[in-house]
Design a protein around this ligand. Sequence first.
Ligand SMILES: NC(=O)c1ccc[n+]([C@@H]2O[C@H](COP(=O)([O-])OP(=O)(O)OC[C@H]3O[C@@H](n4cnc5c(N)ncnc54)[C@H](OP(=O)(O)O)[C@@H]3O)[C@@H](O)[C@H]2O)c1
Length: 308
Amino acid sequence: MKYKKIANTDLNVSNVIMGNMRLTQLALPDAEKLIRTAIDEGINFFDHADIYGKGRCEEIFSEAIHMSPAIREKMVLQSKCGIISPEGYFDFSKEHIMESVNGILKRLRTDYLDILLLHRPDPLMEPVEVAEAFEELHTSGKVRYFGVSNHNPMQIELLQKYIPYKLVVNQLQLSITHTPMIDSGITLNMTNDQAVNRDSSVLEYCRLHDITIQAWSPFQHGFFEGTFLGDLKRFPELNQTIDRIAEKYGVTNTAIATAWITRHPANIQVVLGTTNPERMKEACNGAKITLTREEWYQLYKAAGNIVP
Ligand SMILES: NC(=O)c1ccc[n+]([C@@H]2O[C@H](COP(=O)([O-])OP(=O)(O)OC[C@H]3O[C@@H](n4cnc5c(N)ncnc54)[C@H](OP(=O)(O)O)[C@@H]3O)[C@@H](O)[C@H]2O)c1
């Protein structure tokens, strides 16, 4: 496992993160096995959100790991707030942020979060209120560092104008089949759909400002439309290319899909959503591989993208 320091923090974390969104699919002993596999593979970073399983995923996690202060100290815990589900709206009010964090800490059975992310931008947010909430959370010791998820550069700038703490993470959707943050830069000023800048150059912005990018849904295409791995009907050329490269390295397709993300020089972290311990091991193996430049481009093109 490779580790990196998250810029502007003292956190030294694995470049593969265990995502806990799907934990309700597992019985408790299976959840224990999955988390044990993650730890054995060297993963020390765990991603949560208050809405995963309506809070149940955080509870299952702390139950499965038999959370205690000694265990807590060995891991980096991140969670997110700001989505109101199932009603379907966003809430960055101070009241909601405070209430959400208190619930997260209770469910995770810990006194503090290492990182709190604002889950999805709330157009009705008052940055001053967010700043007040962050100030209270930080001074009370409940949250050490702050970040965002699914935010564009100007939304980050707006928050950062009021928040005295550096936002250290932006969690964004990225897989070989979901690459808007890369596409527009490659096809700059062209008139095809790939050239549309959908995120105000968020990749370059995060690199410029030392904000760590975390890739969510690394094996999914579309918005939770299923995995592209092994989907020969929709992604025949991509799977052929993945399988050829996997054979060269003696690994599985999951490993290559992971390696494609970690090959990027922005040190992007991969947030794994698998509930399968074997697949988790395969992905961790992939994070150790450095694809050649040519292989990285071959995979990008095989997903249907143009390299002009
Ligand atoms: N910030 C955000 O807005 C946001 C949004 C979504 C997710 N997240 C975070 O990102 C994490 C990962 O998201 P995700 O779960 O969507 O990512 P993912 O790892 O791309 O997808 C996992 C799902 O794909 C299946 N899968 C993976 N490889 C497969 C294969 N080769 N064949 C068949 N099925 C395969 C897994 O099944 P198995 O379980 O059987 O392996 C699982 O159902 C979440 O846990 C959460 O922490 C964040």
